[in-house]
Design a protein around this ligand. Structure first.
Ligand code: MV4
Length: 446
């Protein structure tokens, strides 16, 4: 087991990793920018290293500085959290070259899944259902038109180097295809420096359902159920729940076994999330995230499994703690992402928290790195905490969520709490009847 883990992240996820390390008796090293000198993860770490000014490129994304922090402190492993360098294959490689364990998958698997085309090709070869579309990059309108006519319109043009919905254009007919290709290419060139595009059958009203999977890197893998992340705004997840209201036990078992078998074949190591679009009872692979996700606590709530403990154990060479038949699902969990933003305009609202009173009670968890008096810096993303609520049923979970939201007091800044207080009484949400477009349509209503 590791002696000392450097946590290459900040905010609530840095604290989350620290908790797991402490439970395993592992010393922790926090890194921070000058803007985060007063952050909770710095206060609670055994050691801390200031790695630079506020800009992420000069701190949390700066590989030489993170490596220097490892050398100075003698850390023998690094946990990347999510975001920042968590899916940077080169960072994983460099750490391994310095005999420091990267708590995550191999750089090879990070690289494969980081490219949309190779990820989709790999998924297909492993028996995972994918969206019908071009075998790879399309380089001419003639080629695109031939494939589109075979699939049927509408089709979606996507950037190979894309992600988070950037560089995507829908074409409803042959007449629109040329413009969609040209627009997607130019946006991809501008955003990613790479104008390669591919096309897929466009799914008009899907849900976003992701499968949590764990592998030991030696050919064993288990799945830990699914999370429904369909409530999104501009490709930002707002609320996630487990299990999905749209899945029954048979569908869950089928897609879970498909994914875990694929990860066994791949000899995948660590935590992974396989993302699908789900429409008319069918799953379609869109991408795989080779990191721990923000929304992992809803899976922890219904399985009772600490995913970060598992990540650290696997990275240290231990076998999976659980066999598939030891993974059980109990109850329902919902996570609300509390952002320092105006609940209607979503304008960021950094500043000092003058009063902080989180909810409590049975089935209520708040993961956050802020505290009363803390000044939220304007340099990083606006997530200040996650409210995770668990209940025996979805209805009990929602009753508890409404009560927890009513207890939550955060003064001094604006937050998205009022949005959730509104959402949990909307009939479509209460009935679980929402797809990936529902929230943006709802927010556009006067
Ligand atoms: C799609 C799609 C419909 N049809 N692919 C958005 C970002 C990237 N994760 C993939 N995305 C989509 N791909 C096909 N063939 C719709 C989306 C999409 C979406 C997917 C998941 C969650 C939210 C979304 C919001 C808009 C579009």
């Amino acid at each position: 087991m590791f002696d000392k883990v450097l946590i290459a992240n900040r905010g609530e996820i840095a604290l989350r990793v620290q908790r797991a390390c402490k439970e395993l008796g592992i010393a922790t090293v926090a890194v921070h920018s000058t803007a985060d000198a007063d952050a909770m993860h710095v206060r609670l770490a055994d050691e801390s290293v200031c790695i630079g000014p506020p800009a992420a490129s000069e701190s949390y994304l700066n590989i030489p500085r993170l490596l220097a922090a490892c050398e100075i402190t003698g850390a023998d492993a690094v946990h990347p959290g999510y975001g920042f360098l968590s899916e940077n294959a080169r960072f994983a490689e460099i750490l391994e070259e310095h005999q420091i364990t990267f708590i995550g998958p191999t750089s090879e698997h990070i690289r494969i899944m980081g490219d949309k085309i190779t990820a989709k090709e790999t998924a297909k070869s492993l028996g995972i259902p994918v969206v019908p579309g071009s075998a790879g990059e399309v380089t001419s309108e003639t080629q695109a038109l031939k494939i589109a006519k075979e699939m049927g319109f509408p089709v979606l043009v996507k950037a190979t180097a894309g992600g988070g919905g950037r560089g995507m254009k829908v074409a409803h007919s042959a007449l629109e295809l040329g413009l969609a290709l040209a627009t997607a290419r130019s946006e991809a060139k501008a955003a990613f420096g790479n104008d390669a595009v591919y096309i897929e059958k466009y799914l008009p009203k899907p849900r976003h359902i992701e499968i949590q999977v764990f592998g030991d890197g030696k050919g064993n893998a288990i799945y830990l159920g699914e999370r429904d992340c369909s409530l999104q705004r501009r490709h930002q997840k707002i609320l996630e729940e487990a299990p999905s209201p749209a899945l029954n036990a048979a569908a869950r078992k089928k897609i879970g076994e498909t994914v875990s078998t694929a990860m066994q074949t791949l000899k995948y190591r660590g935590a992974g999330t396989v993302e699908f679009l789900f429409e008319d009872g069918e799953f379609y692979f869109i991408e795989m995230n080779t990191r721990l996700q923000v929304e992992h606590p809803v899976t922890e709530a219904i399985t009772g499994i600490d995913l970060v403990l598992e990540q650290i154990r696997i990275a240290s060479g231990a076998p999976l703690t659980y066999k598939q038949d030891q993974v059980t699902f109990s109850g329902h969990a919902i996570e609300c992402r509390i952002n320092a933003e105006n609940a209607r305009t979503f304008r960021p609202s950094p500043g000092q928290i003058t009063y902080w009173h989180p909810p409590g009670g049975l089935g209520v968890r708040v993961d956050s790195g802020v505290y009363q008096g803390y000044r939220i810096p304007p340099y990083y993303d606006s997530l200040i905490g996650k409210l995770i609520v668990h209940g025996k049923t979805r209805n009990e979970c929602m009753m508890r969520l409404r009560r927890a939201l009513s207890e939550f007091v955060i003064d001094g800044i604006e937050t998205t709490i009022p949005l959730f207080q509104d959402l949990v009484s909307q009939p479509d949400f209460v009935n679980g009847m929402y797809d990936i477009h529902w929230l943006e349509k709802y927010l556009q209503k006067p």
